[in-house]
Write a protein that binds this ligand. Structure first.
Ligand SMILES: C[S@@+](CC[C@H](N)C(=O)[O-])C[C@H]1O[C@@H](n2cnc3c(N)ncnc32)[C@H](O)[C@@H]1O
Ligand code: SF4
Length: 383
């Protein structure tokens, strides 16, 4: 059953990349410039087909990839023109693709937030990640975006890169802070077993995974000391005076962490609509054939999953506890292991709050120590 009110969050997948970085596990397609237009035709056809799943007013749009900013400019312009208006419209950008022309195209297309993939500022670590952009490209991209009046820029950084030392992470954080981004995402490097990247860096990846906890604490301490709010496990935004009254959290992702419905269009895109989750297939050829080919307008290949109430409640707990605000427990009781909860509270990892004003409604949050341990604590709490 599809939620009546409709989704207020829209994800749009633009999969094209100039090359494939060794560590990347996203649904991407290298090059294929000749296919950008046909893919966008199919994407817009899917968006038109599915628009009934969207609410009358959409809060956020997120255009992710792949490298959305590598998409042919005319095709990208067509995507932006077809989007519903929303308070937050984010585009993921790779630094080397950011030019004055691109910044103007994005601004004129209604984009008001940019998520820039810096990853690291150390040239030798960028080589390990097989990135195209160097540190100067990241700085230049931020300045170009500022000149085009973008006032909500997020930087992605990765830590735990083969060959990285704690001092490299300190330098990366200092370099990122010098650019004064409104938002920062700090990801632990995930290396999928069996990939070329994992074969190439096996032992070093083991050494890095042992250092991960220390890196994480360093990240949180440095960024909170610099005035950023640690509002989600891997995400930080300016707050207080530095935010000048703006709530700079990533509202699109916040919708996901808060368990709201979202519609995803494009290859590999995921949607959660009421009790149904669906995942589009990853094949660009089949996607274009279904939606844009001569037979046009058919549903693209996708997998459907019915979400039972327990699964929904467990997901709500796992995602909600990543945030720094207490999670209301009403309706989630059946997903919680009471013994596990008591152990976590006694161990100083979780806190139960009781709001007397709200009819004894209980809510749950993790302490900072609990947030550092993250998934391990949540696993103990689940029934
Ligand atoms: C959709 S991805 C890529 C966006 C953009 N094409 C880029 O490369 O910057 C969004 C972010 O996920 C993070 N990411 C991608 N693969 C990762 C991995 N294997 N481990 C940790 N973070 C990863 C990167 O920080 C990246 O900027
Ligand atoms: S540019 Fe981004 S999406 Fe493309 S392969 Fe590299 S990490 Fe993946």
């Amino acid at each position: 059953m599809i939620h009546n009110a409709g989704a207020r969050h829209l994800y749009v997948h633009l999969p094209f990349c100039v090359h494939r970085c060794g560590y990347c596990d996203f649904v991407t397609v290298v090059g294929r410039e000749a296919q950008h237009g046909a893919y966008v035709d199919a994407l817009l056809s899917e968006l038109a087909r599915e628009s009934g799943s969207l609410a009358g007013a959409v809060d956020t749009v997120f255009i992710g990839g792949g490298t959305p900013t590598f998409t042919d400019p005319d095709a990208l312009r067509r995507v932006l023109a077809a989007l519903p208006s929303a308070a937050e419209v984010t585009v993921e950008a790779n630094p080397e693709t950011v030019t004055e022309e691109l910044a103007v195209l994005l601004r004129e297309g209604g984009v008001n937030r940019i998520s820039l993939g810096a990853q690291t500022f150390a040239p030798r670590l960028l080589d390990v990640l097989e990135r195209v952009a160097g540190p100067d490209d990241v700085r230049r991209a931020v300045h170009t975006l500022r000149d085009a009046f973008f006032d909500n820029i997020s930087l992605d950084l990765i830590y735990g890169i083969p060959g990285q030392e704690p001092s490299d992470l300190d330098t990366d954080l200092a370099e990122a802070l010098a650019l004064a981004p409104e938002h920062l995402s700090l990801y632990e490097l995930e290396a999928k077993p069996g990939t070329r990247f994992t074969h190439a860096w096996g032992d070093e990846l083991v050494r890095q995974s042992e250092a991960m906890e220390g890196y994480f604490e360093r990240v949180v301490e440095t960024l909170t000391d610099a005035g950023y709010r640690w509002y989600e496990t891997a995400n930080f935004c300016l707050s207080g005076d530095q935010a000048a009254g703006r709530d700079l959290r990533a509202h699109h992702n916040l919708g996901y962490w808060q368990g709201r419905d979202y519609l995803g269009v494009g290859i590999g895109a995921v949607s959660t609509l009421g009790e149904q989750r669906r995942r589009n297939g990853a094949s660009i050829g089949r996607y274009i054939n279904a939606l844009g080919g001569s037979a046009g307008g058919k549903e693209p290949p996708r997998e459907l999953e019915q979400l039972d109430p327990l699964t929904k409640a467990q997901e709500r707990l796992m995602l909600g506890l990543r945030l720094d605000e207490p999670l209301a427990l009403g309706g989630l009781e059946h997903a919680i292991d009471r013994g596990g909860l008591e152990r976590m509270v006694a161990g100083g990892l979780a806190v139960v709050h009781t709001e007397c004003d709200a009819g004894d409604e209980q809510s749950l949050s993790l302490t900072n120590r609990g947030r550092f341990l993250g998934g391990g604590v949540t696993a103990e709490l689940l029934a």
